[in-house]
Design a binder for this molecule. Sequence first.
Ligand SMILES: *[C@@H]1O[C@H](CO)[C@@H](O)[C@H](O)[C@H]1NC(C)=O
Length: 329
Amino acid sequence: MLWTFLWFVGLLWHPSLSCYQCFVDVEDSLRLCWGYVLTQYHVRNVDECFRLLDRIFNLNQTVIEAGRVGKGFDTNLQQILDAEILPLAEEFDQKLNDEMVYETRLQTAADNFIAAASKLPRVSGCFPPCGFQILGAVYNCITCLYDSCEFPLDCPVEEIDITENSRSRMWCKVPFDLPNDVEVIWRFAEEVKTQEMDQFKEVTAGVDTLYSIPSTSLHHQGTYQCEIFSGSRSIVRLYYYISVTPQLVAGHTELQEIFDLSLLPGGQLLPAPGASPRSFLLLLPSLLTTCLTFSLLLLFLSLWVLIWMLKSEHNHPAEDSDEEEDLDV
Ligand SMILES: *[C@@H]1O[C@H](CO)[C@@H](O)[C@H](O)[C@H]1NC(C)=O
């Protein structure tokens, strides 16, 4: 009985499991092993039966290899093994059987398992470059889990340029399947472009995979991190670096772009048909000066004419008398 106990303890503590232990309940194993009889001593020995199971299933590399199936096919492994073991457990429960019977029957069960499991798909679905993709790889009968794809948890930083006052949207989306119980935590590191965990402050926690800033202002510039958890296990960390362009600068840039567009490759302005806007522009100041001078001259001339006319009208009689005087003289 000590071995059985150690076997249970082993189930709980020993990291090296196997396809058998991953899929067959302890109660079924106990029913299966109930009538194991040592031929030499004619006594029942359940511990020896567990040792046999270990040898045939748990420590056999061929069995473990056969169990390395693709995503989702562990249920098939379960069905294959159940189909082999459960009828045996039913048959052997509460009945005595010689150890050689056990040996032959279990070996056949293992061979059948290897044959059927080897036909299951092995393809793995790993999506680079990041994330703990537990569903993405092959089944491992030593851990009773799918091997992860061994990508880093942190994804590369994605850069986003945003004009001030416009909307920013970031999605915490990954190309691989996630468990149903995920939690999403958004964090922000102001100004800096970083992946250092201690630079971030938590912003929101929940199930929201979208982080939206309706009107992005300059203080929104920095790195945003979203981390997806399942239970307490972190699955992936995505990063967005938002660089905010001030609207004034953006306006200038837009004007500059329009200006650049209207320029010819040589830096010339586009000529209007039949005219040269460039020379016209250059002439404009001198034309204005000419016009102004001319107007002023005209004004002075009219004033001078007006004064002369008034003066001559006023002086006429005197002139006449002067003439008369002159004549008189
Ligand atoms: C593993 O199991 C296969 C099939 O049952 C068998 O042929 C092989 O000899 C076993 N290997 C070892 C090391 O026991």
